[in-house]
Ligand binder design. Structure first.
Ligand code: GDP
Length: 365
């Protein structure tokens, strides 16, 4: 009965997909994140884009506004509530976001510098994505570096490219072909997104410039359309708790807190949680569920807002006793049958399995 309750899924309700950014150093991962976060802010409206713990919450209305210049973007349907974009780019946050070897990241943006092609850390990222079976799209970044490129700020690149001189378009085509060959060599068919007729067998390439913002609307559109098209099953809202510990942090006035990404179910104040610890499982009670104050710049009391309960998908800070020795990159479990000693014992064993996985991973590297 407990198993049935745990897997209770709601077909007509989807959660927000979790998006990660990976790629070689200096390809523009941070800059792309900044550009995505600031898009609506530049237009003078925050558009509901909010900073969460470890992630940016990008509501579908904001995506709609950003993609309004794209014919395909205008036709986006509203099945998912938002995109939850993980703020820390790179391998570490991606590898931390996992449960039993499979990734909790639903889709990744792999950033490639169009002037450099596939570099060593691009290859490492591709290996990680393969291992975790995570679908990804490629941001072919720094198109503005193509000689003689005339920037058209925040324009869909599908419009910005045809407006360039012929020799610029030719150089783009040459580099695009080189990229496709390089991807084929590592076992992936790829195609520029507007020519990609089969997103299941071909990775979509999106030319972008994180400086002028070209291609950013296209990137947002693809994230939404692909997640809705390819993984509505995976994104079905479930009451089963799925929660990953991203960071352990000491905060003045709160003591040791944990930053988590809740990818399934609901967390409540007062819940008994079980967390992997360096000296064994930690059983504790949620004292407070916190998110950053939306109006940080105003003189508001306290940096965080408290919540009685929070539903997936969200980034949250948890304040509770005894978290000093908690281990990042592990699962957070919750008691469901009222926390009998028997249940707690099972959860303790379960949560410490993560620790063994992490140790083996460290051994291997
Ligand atoms: P990361 O290491 O992948 O996070 O790369 P960053 O976002 O820090 O970018 C590395 C450098 O490339 C910085 O100097 C950026 O200003 C620059 N950069 C990033 N994206 C672009 C782009 O689209 N065009 C140009 N011209 N420069 C970029």
């Amino acid at each position: 009965r407990a198993a049935a309750a745990r897997s209770a899924r709601t077909p007509d309700r989807l959660r927000s997909p979790i998006v990660c950014i990976l790629g070689h150093v200096d390809t523009g991962k941070t800059k792309i994140l900044d550009k995505i976060r600031k898009t609506n802010v530049q237009d003078g409206e925050a558009g509901g884009i909010t900073q969460q713990i470890g992630a940016t919450f990008f509501p579908l209305d904001a995506v709609k506004r950003e993609t309004s210049k794209l014919a395909a973007g205008r036709a986006l349907s509203h099945d998912i509530p938002a995109l939850l974009i993980i703020d820390t780019p790179g391998h570490e946050s991606f590898t931390n976001l996992r449960s039993r070897g499979s990734s909790l990241c639903d889709i990744a943006i792999l950033v490639v510098d169009i002037m450099h092609g596939l570099e060593p850390q691009t290859m490492e990222s591709i290996q990680l994505l393969k291992q975790r079976k995570t679908p990804f799209i490629v941001a072919l970044n720094k198109v503005d570096r193509l000689y003689d490129w005339k920037a058209k700020p925040m324009t869909p690149v599908i419009d910005a490219l045809p407006a360039q001189k012929k020799h610029v378009q030719d150089e783009f085509k040459r580099r695009l072909e080189e990229t496709k060959v390089a991807f084929a060599e590592v076992g992936f068919n790829s195609e520029v997104y507007w020519d990609n007729d089969d997103v299941r067998s071909h990775v979509s390439l999106v030319p972008t410039s994180a400086i002028s913002g070209e291609g950013i609307p296209d990137l947002l559109y693809l994230l939404v359309s692909l997640t809705q098209k390819l993984m509505s099953d995976r994104l079905m809202w479930t009451s089963h708790l799925e929660c990953t510990l991203l960071e352990v942090k000491v905060i003045e006035g709160l003591g040791t807190t944990i930053d988590v990404i809740l990818t399934g179910g609901t967390l409540k104040e007062g819940d008994t949680i079980v967390v992997c610890g360096l000296d064994g499982a930690i059983v504790t009670t949620v004292r407070a569920l916190l998110t950053p104050h939306p109006m940080k710049e105003m003189r508001v009391k306290g940096q965080y807002v408290r919540h009685a309960s929070i539903e997936a998908a969200q980034g949250i800070k948890i304040s509770a006793d005894g978290l000093d020795r908690a281990v990042a990159g592990t699962q957070l479990l919750i008691t469901e049958d009222g926390g009998s000693e028997e249940e707690l014992d099972l959860l303790r064993v379960e949560v410490m399995k993560d620790f063994a996985t992490i140790l083996t991973a460290v051994d291997r590297s």
